[in-house]
Design a protein around this ligand. Structure first.
Ligand SMILES: CC(C)(COP(=O)(O)OP(=O)(O)OC[C@H]1O[C@@H](n2cnc3c(N)ncnc32)[C@H](O)[C@@H]1OP(=O)(O)O)[C@@H](O)C(=O)NCCC(=O)NCCS
Length: 189
């Protein structure tokens, strides 16, 4: 099957996601992990219902906010979310909410046209309007340049694996994809 060609002039509509968009958000989340290629298909499929339950609860409570890009034909070609979760108190930062952008995905045929850039801008706008002073994310290899261009800085977060089998499995998943010849890989969370 050939990928449909999309012209830059195609007009997209951007809107906030509703609970009715949950299946689409779960599907995009699945495809995001598949593209990042640090998880096996089995792990990603097992994660789908857990993410669905988690996202449903938080979309309902307003802790999770999603934005979508829709093509003129009404199909969703890109999406992303921000999770406004509670955080520790820090000196000089009165907010106890730390927004975290996640589940960014653009359909391959629509990449490189500013879809993710616009969605991140909308998510950041939501956070600014809510009065939060900063927004965090973990950038995949695909997304890093997009976020950097928007002004996101690298930070000094660190991680210690208590369960060493997790990074081992991720390395195996990466190696498998490498063997299959996929070039764009990432070490995700
Ligand atoms: C990462 C991802 C979401 C980016 O989506 P996208 O819609 O292609 O992103 P954008 O189009 O906004 O930006 C991509 C490039 O298009 C360029 N671009 C082209 N036209 C543009 C326009 N009109 N406005 C803004 N940027 C434009 C940007 O400069 C950017 O180039 P750069 O990466 O070389 O700096 C997408 O590649 C994806 O889904 N990857 C797989 C899953 C993944 O890794 N998700 C991110 C998890 S953190």
């Amino acid at each position: 099957m050939t990928t449909p060609k999309v012209t830059k002039s195609a007009r997209l509509t951007y809107r906030r996601a509703t609970l009715a968009d949950l299946p689409l958000l779960v599907d995009h989340r699945h495809r995001m992990w598949s593209d990042i290629a640090t998880r096996s298909e089995r792990e990603i499929t097992e994660h789908d219902p857990r993410y669905r339950r988690w996202a449903r609860t938080l979309l309902n409570s307003g802790e999770l906010i999603g934005w979508l890009a829709e093509s003129p034909e009404g199909s969703v070609v890109g999406s992303g979310c921000v999770w406004c979760h509670s955080d520790q108190p820090r000196p000089g930062i009165p907010s106890l909410v730390s927004p975290y952008i996640l589940s960014m995905y653009t359909e391959p045929a629509w990449r490189g046209k500013g879809v993710a850039t616009r969605i991140v801008r909308e998510l950041v706008r939501e956070c600014r309007e809510a009065g939060y002073p900063n927004v965090e994310l973990h950038g995949s290899r695909f997304g890093r340049r997009v976020y950097a261009r928007l002004g996101f800085e690298r930070t000094w977060e660190m991680r210690y694996w208590i369960d060493r089998s997790i990074p081992r499995r991720q390395a195996l998943a990466l190696a498998k994809v490498r063997r299959k010849g996929k070039k764009r890989l990432d070490r995700g969370r």
